[in-house]
Design a protein around this ligand. Sequence first.
Ligand code: ING
Length: 302
Amino acid sequence: SRKIVAATAQLGPIARDESRTSAVARMIALMRTAHDRGARLVVFPELALTTFFPRWLLEGHDLDRFYETEMPSPETLPLFDAAREMGIGFYLGFAELLLDGERERRFNTSIFVTPEGRIAGKYRKVHLPGHYNHEDWRAFQHLEKRYFEHGDLGFPVFEAMGGTMGMCLCNDRRWPETFRVLGLRGAELVMLGYNTPQHYPQAPEHDHLQDFHNHLSMQHGAYANGAWVIGTAKAGLEEGCELIGGSCIIAPTGEIVARTQGRGDEVAVAEIDLDRCRELRENVFNFALHREPGDYGPICEG
Ligand code: ING
Protein backbone atom coordinates (compact mmCIF):
# COMPACT_ATOMS: atom_id res chain seq x y z
CA SER A 1 0.00 0.00 0.00
CA ARG A 2 1.06 3.59 -0.58
CA LYS A 3 -0.82 5.42 2.14
CA ILE A 4 -0.75 9.19 2.58
CA VAL A 5 -2.79 11.15 5.11
CA ALA A 6 -4.21 14.00 3.03
CA ALA A 7 -6.16 17.15 3.83
CA THR A 8 -8.46 19.52 2.02
CA ALA A 9 -7.73 22.98 3.48
CA GLN A 10 -10.74 25.14 2.72
CA LEU A 11 -10.55 28.92 2.98
CA GLY A 12 -13.47 31.15 3.89
CA PRO A 13 -13.84 34.54 2.22
CA ILE A 14 -10.75 36.63 1.42
CA ALA A 15 -11.57 40.34 1.44
CA ARG A 16 -10.71 42.50 -1.55
CA ASP A 17 -8.10 44.41 0.45
CA GLU A 18 -6.90 41.52 2.59
CA SER A 19 -3.13 41.21 2.40
CA ARG A 20 -1.33 38.13 1.09
CA THR A 21 0.37 38.06 4.49
CA SER A 22 -3.04 37.57 6.09
CA ALA A 23 -4.10 34.88 3.61
CA VAL A 24 -0.75 33.10 4.05
CA ALA A 25 -1.11 33.23 7.85
CA ARG A 26 -4.56 31.64 7.57
CA MET A 27 -3.17 28.92 5.31
CA ILE A 28 -0.28 28.19 7.68
CA ALA A 29 -2.80 27.83 10.53
CA LEU A 30 -4.81 25.36 8.42
CA MET A 31 -1.61 23.50 7.55
CA ARG A 32 -0.74 23.20 11.25
CA THR A 33 -4.22 21.84 12.02
CA ALA A 34 -3.81 19.31 9.20
CA HIS A 35 -0.33 18.41 10.44
CA ASP A 36 -1.63 17.88 13.99
CA ARG A 37 -4.11 15.39 12.50
CA GLY A 38 -1.34 13.50 10.72
CA ALA A 39 -1.59 15.00 7.25
CA ARG A 40 1.44 15.07 4.93
CA LEU A 41 -0.38 16.49 1.88
CA VAL A 42 -2.59 19.61 1.82
CA VAL A 43 -4.74 21.01 -1.00
CA PHE A 44 -5.57 24.75 -0.90
CA PRO A 45 -8.14 26.49 -3.15
CA GLU A 46 -7.90 28.13 -6.57
CA LEU A 47 -6.66 31.77 -6.36
CA ALA A 48 -5.95 31.12 -2.67
CA LEU A 49 -3.91 34.28 -2.04
CA THR A 50 -6.55 36.87 -2.90
CA THR A 51 -10.23 37.52 -3.24
CA PHE A 52 -11.84 36.15 -6.43
CA PHE A 53 -11.09 39.34 -8.37
CA PRO A 54 -12.66 38.26 -11.75
CA ARG A 55 -15.98 39.33 -10.18
CA TRP A 56 -15.08 42.97 -11.01
CA LEU A 57 -13.96 44.90 -14.11
CA LEU A 58 -10.45 46.03 -13.19
CA GLU A 59 -7.45 47.42 -15.05
CA GLY A 60 -3.89 48.62 -14.52
CA HIS A 61 -2.55 48.37 -11.00
CA ASP A 62 -6.00 47.59 -9.60
CA LEU A 63 -5.82 44.37 -11.63
CA ASP A 64 -2.10 43.61 -11.54
CA ARG A 65 -1.97 43.72 -7.74
CA PHE A 66 -3.87 40.42 -7.62
CA TYR A 67 -1.19 38.51 -9.60
CA GLU A 68 2.05 36.86 -8.44
CA THR A 69 5.17 37.73 -10.41
CA GLU A 70 7.37 35.30 -8.48
CA MET A 71 6.67 32.08 -6.55
CA PRO A 72 7.62 31.97 -3.78
CA SER A 73 7.63 35.69 -3.15
CA PRO A 74 8.53 37.40 0.16
CA GLU A 75 4.84 37.21 1.16
CA THR A 76 4.41 33.54 0.20
CA LEU A 77 7.81 32.22 1.35
CA PRO A 78 6.53 31.69 4.93
CA LEU A 79 4.06 29.13 3.56
CA PHE A 80 6.85 27.25 1.80
CA ASP A 81 9.00 27.41 4.95
CA ALA A 82 6.20 26.19 7.24
CA ALA A 83 5.40 23.31 4.88
CA ARG A 84 9.02 22.18 4.70
CA GLU A 85 9.33 22.46 8.50
CA MET A 86 6.23 20.26 8.91
CA GLY A 87 7.18 17.86 6.08
CA ILE A 88 4.03 18.64 4.12
CA GLY A 89 3.50 18.73 0.34
CA PHE A 90 0.89 21.19 -0.84
CA TYR A 91 -1.20 22.35 -3.85
CA LEU A 92 -1.59 26.12 -4.21
CA GLY A 93 -3.72 28.07 -6.66
CA PHE A 94 -2.78 31.63 -7.61
CA ALA A 95 -2.91 34.22 -10.43
CA GLU A 96 0.34 34.14 -12.41
CA LEU A 97 1.77 37.17 -14.25
CA LEU A 98 4.95 36.48 -16.20
CA LEU A 99 7.08 38.58 -18.51
CA ASP A 100 7.82 36.49 -21.60
CA GLY A 101 10.40 38.77 -23.18
CA GLU A 102 8.49 42.02 -23.71
CA ARG A 103 5.13 40.23 -23.59
CA GLU A 104 3.05 39.92 -20.43
CA ARG A 105 1.30 36.59 -19.92
CA ARG A 106 -1.43 35.94 -17.37
CA PHE A 107 -2.68 32.53 -16.21
CA ASN A 108 -4.92 31.02 -13.53
CA THR A 109 -2.26 28.68 -12.15
CA SER A 110 -1.62 25.94 -9.60
CA ILE A 111 1.60 24.37 -8.36
CA PHE A 112 2.44 21.35 -6.25
CA VAL A 113 5.29 21.83 -3.76
CA THR A 114 6.94 18.71 -2.29
CA PRO A 115 7.65 18.30 1.44
CA GLU A 116 11.26 19.23 0.56
CA GLY A 117 10.06 22.58 -0.86
CA ARG A 118 10.53 21.78 -4.57
CA ILE A 119 7.89 22.84 -7.12
CA ALA A 120 7.26 19.39 -8.68
CA GLY A 121 4.27 20.33 -10.84
CA LYS A 122 2.69 23.35 -12.49
CA TYR A 123 -0.68 23.69 -14.23
CA ARG A 124 -2.42 26.57 -16.03
CA LYS A 125 -6.22 26.55 -16.26
CA VAL A 126 -7.48 25.23 -19.59
CA HIS A 127 -11.27 25.71 -19.28
CA LEU A 128 -11.84 29.42 -18.59
CA PRO A 129 -15.50 30.13 -17.73
CA GLY A 130 -17.26 33.46 -17.83
CA HIS A 131 -16.86 36.24 -20.36
CA TYR A 132 -14.51 38.95 -21.69
CA ASN A 133 -16.50 42.17 -21.58
CA HIS A 134 -18.41 43.75 -18.70
CA GLU A 135 -22.05 42.69 -18.85
CA ASP A 136 -24.43 45.05 -17.07
CA TRP A 137 -27.18 42.51 -16.54
CA ARG A 138 -25.05 40.42 -14.18
CA ALA A 139 -25.22 40.90 -10.38
CA PHE A 140 -21.45 40.25 -10.47
CA GLN A 141 -18.97 39.72 -13.31
CA HIS A 142 -17.03 36.57 -14.11
CA LEU A 143 -14.14 37.92 -16.21
CA GLU A 144 -11.77 34.94 -16.30
CA LYS A 145 -11.71 35.07 -20.12
CA ARG A 146 -10.49 38.65 -19.79
CA TYR A 147 -7.92 38.16 -17.05
CA PHE A 148 -6.34 34.84 -18.00
CA GLU A 149 -4.99 33.17 -21.13
CA HIS A 150 -5.93 29.64 -22.06
CA GLY A 151 -3.45 27.44 -20.16
CA ASP A 152 -0.48 26.41 -22.33
CA LEU A 153 0.71 23.34 -20.36
CA GLY A 154 -2.08 20.91 -21.19
CA PHE A 155 -2.91 18.41 -18.41
CA PRO A 156 0.48 17.16 -17.17
CA VAL A 157 1.12 14.52 -14.52
CA PHE A 158 4.19 14.41 -12.29
CA GLU A 159 5.76 12.07 -9.72
CA ALA A 160 5.68 13.18 -6.08
CA MET A 161 5.30 11.60 -2.63
CA GLY A 162 5.44 8.10 -4.13
CA GLY A 163 2.62 8.58 -6.60
CA THR A 164 1.59 9.99 -9.97
CA MET A 165 -0.19 13.29 -9.42
CA GLY A 166 -2.29 15.59 -11.60
CA MET A 167 -3.85 18.98 -11.11
CA CYS A 168 -6.70 21.07 -12.50
CA LEU A 169 -8.67 24.18 -11.55
CA CYS A 170 -12.34 24.84 -10.85
CA ASN A 171 -14.28 24.80 -14.13
CA ASP A 172 -11.90 22.11 -15.47
CA ARG A 173 -13.56 19.59 -13.11
CA ARG A 174 -16.87 19.87 -15.00
CA TRP A 175 -15.26 18.62 -18.22
CA PRO A 176 -14.76 14.82 -18.25
CA GLU A 177 -11.88 15.31 -20.72
CA THR A 178 -9.83 16.87 -17.91
CA PHE A 179 -9.93 13.75 -15.76
CA ARG A 180 -9.69 11.38 -18.73
CA VAL A 181 -6.45 12.90 -20.03
CA LEU A 182 -4.97 12.82 -16.53
CA GLY A 183 -6.24 9.26 -16.10
CA LEU A 184 -4.74 8.15 -19.41
CA ARG A 185 -1.45 9.58 -18.19
CA GLY A 186 -1.72 7.52 -15.01
CA ALA A 187 -2.79 10.11 -12.43
CA GLU A 188 -3.55 8.40 -9.10
CA LEU A 189 -4.47 11.63 -7.31
CA VAL A 190 -6.03 14.71 -8.96
CA MET A 191 -5.85 17.87 -6.85
CA LEU A 192 -7.96 20.95 -7.59
CA GLY A 193 -9.20 24.17 -6.03
CA TYR A 194 -12.37 26.12 -6.85
CA ASN A 195 -14.24 29.40 -6.34
CA THR A 196 -17.83 28.53 -7.26
CA PRO A 197 -20.64 31.06 -6.85
CA GLN A 198 -23.97 29.68 -5.63
CA HIS A 199 -25.66 31.92 -8.21
CA TYR A 200 -25.08 31.14 -11.87
CA PRO A 201 -26.50 34.21 -13.70
CA GLN A 202 -27.37 32.49 -17.01
CA ALA A 203 -29.30 29.70 -15.28
CA PRO A 204 -30.56 30.78 -11.83
CA GLU A 205 -32.86 27.77 -11.86
CA HIS A 206 -29.70 25.72 -11.26
CA ASP A 207 -28.52 27.69 -8.23
CA HIS A 208 -29.89 25.06 -5.83
CA LEU A 209 -27.91 22.40 -7.74
CA GLN A 210 -24.41 23.92 -7.40
CA ASP A 211 -23.36 21.67 -4.52
CA PHE A 212 -24.77 18.62 -6.33
CA HIS A 213 -22.99 19.50 -9.60
CA ASN A 214 -19.76 20.17 -7.71
CA HIS A 215 -19.67 16.69 -6.18
CA LEU A 216 -21.18 14.99 -9.26
CA SER A 217 -18.33 16.34 -11.40
CA MET A 218 -15.53 15.31 -9.07
CA GLN A 219 -17.04 11.96 -8.04
CA HIS A 220 -17.48 10.98 -11.68
CA GLY A 221 -13.96 12.12 -12.55
CA ALA A 222 -12.58 9.98 -9.73
CA TYR A 223 -14.66 6.88 -10.54
CA ALA A 224 -14.32 6.89 -14.35
CA ASN A 225 -10.54 7.14 -14.08
CA GLY A 226 -9.89 5.19 -10.88
CA ALA A 227 -8.20 8.16 -9.23
CA TRP A 228 -8.35 9.88 -5.87
CA VAL A 229 -9.68 13.46 -6.13
CA ILE A 230 -9.24 16.24 -3.58
CA GLY A 231 -11.26 19.38 -4.28
CA THR A 232 -10.89 22.46 -2.09
CA ALA A 233 -13.16 25.51 -2.01
CA LYS A 234 -12.66 29.15 -1.35
CA ALA A 235 -16.08 29.41 0.34
CA GLY A 236 -18.55 31.71 2.07
CA LEU A 237 -19.90 35.19 1.49
CA GLU A 238 -16.92 36.87 -0.21
CA GLU A 239 -17.39 40.57 -1.09
CA GLY A 240 -21.13 40.09 -1.41
CA CYS A 241 -20.89 36.91 -3.48
CA GLU A 242 -22.01 33.54 -2.04
CA LEU A 243 -19.40 30.84 -2.78
CA ILE A 244 -20.18 27.16 -2.18
CA GLY A 245 -18.11 25.00 0.18
CA GLY A 246 -18.21 21.22 -0.05
CA SER A 247 -14.44 20.67 -0.04
CA CYS A 248 -13.84 16.95 -0.09
CA ILE A 249 -11.61 13.91 -0.52
CA ILE A 250 -12.98 11.34 -2.98
CA ALA A 251 -11.83 7.71 -3.36
CA PRO A 252 -11.31 6.02 -6.77
CA THR A 253 -14.68 4.33 -6.15
CA GLY A 254 -16.31 7.77 -6.29
CA GLU A 255 -17.11 7.76 -2.57
CA ILE A 256 -16.66 10.99 -0.60
CA VAL A 257 -14.50 9.87 2.33
CA ALA A 258 -14.09 13.28 3.99
CA ARG A 259 -15.65 16.72 3.56
CA THR A 260 -15.91 20.09 5.22
CA GLN A 261 -19.09 21.07 7.08
CA GLY A 262 -19.08 24.86 6.92
CA ARG A 263 -17.99 27.68 4.59
CA GLY A 264 -15.07 29.09 6.59
CA ASP A 265 -11.44 28.13 7.13
CA GLU A 266 -11.73 24.40 7.75
CA VAL A 267 -9.68 21.21 7.34
CA ALA A 268 -10.99 17.73 6.53
CA VAL A 269 -8.56 14.80 6.61
CA ALA A 270 -8.51 11.22 5.32
CA GLU A 271 -5.90 8.54 4.77
CA ILE A 272 -5.71 7.76 1.06
CA ASP A 273 -4.06 4.60 -0.35
CA LEU A 274 -2.81 5.20 -3.88
CA ASP A 275 -2.73 1.43 -4.47
CA ARG A 276 -6.55 1.43 -4.32
CA CYS A 277 -6.64 2.95 -7.82
CA ARG A 278 -6.02 -0.58 -9.09
CA GLU A 279 -9.47 -1.67 -7.88
CA LEU A 280 -10.86 0.32 -10.83
CA ARG A 281 -7.98 0.52 -13.29
CA GLU A 282 -7.44 -3.24 -13.37
CA ASN A 283 -11.13 -4.05 -13.62
CA VAL A 284 -14.10 -2.02 -14.76
CA PHE A 285 -11.84 0.77 -16.14
CA ASN A 286 -9.03 -1.32 -17.50
CA PHE A 287 -8.39 1.05 -20.43
CA ALA A 288 -6.28 -1.44 -22.40
CA LEU A 289 -8.98 -4.10 -22.25
CA HIS A 290 -12.18 -2.10 -22.53
CA ARG A 291 -11.56 1.36 -23.99
CA GLU A 292 -12.52 1.92 -27.67
CA PRO A 293 -10.69 5.09 -28.77
CA GLY A 294 -11.54 4.30 -32.41
CA ASP A 295 -15.10 5.32 -31.62
CA TYR A 296 -14.30 8.51 -29.71
CA GLY A 297 -13.25 10.76 -32.62
CA PRO A 298 -15.76 13.61 -32.06
CA ILE A 299 -14.31 14.23 -28.59
CA CYS A 300 -11.17 15.66 -30.21
CA GLU A 301 -12.81 17.51 -33.08
CA GLY A 302 -13.03 21.36 -32.91
N1 ING B 1 -16.01 29.06 -11.22
C1 ING B 1 -17.18 28.34 -11.54
C2 ING B 1 -16.98 26.85 -11.71
O1 ING B 1 -16.82 26.32 -12.79
C3 ING B 1 -19.25 28.20 -12.72
C4 ING B 1 -17.93 28.90 -12.71
C5 ING B 1 -20.10 28.26 -11.61
C6 ING B 1 -19.60 27.43 -13.81
C7 ING B 1 -21.33 27.59 -11.62
C8 ING B 1 -20.81 26.72 -13.83
C9 ING B 1 -21.67 26.80 -12.73
O2 ING B 1 -17.06 26.20 -10.68
C10 ING B 1 -14.75 28.98 -11.73
N2 ING B 1 -13.83 29.79 -11.16
O3 ING B 1 -14.46 28.25 -12.68
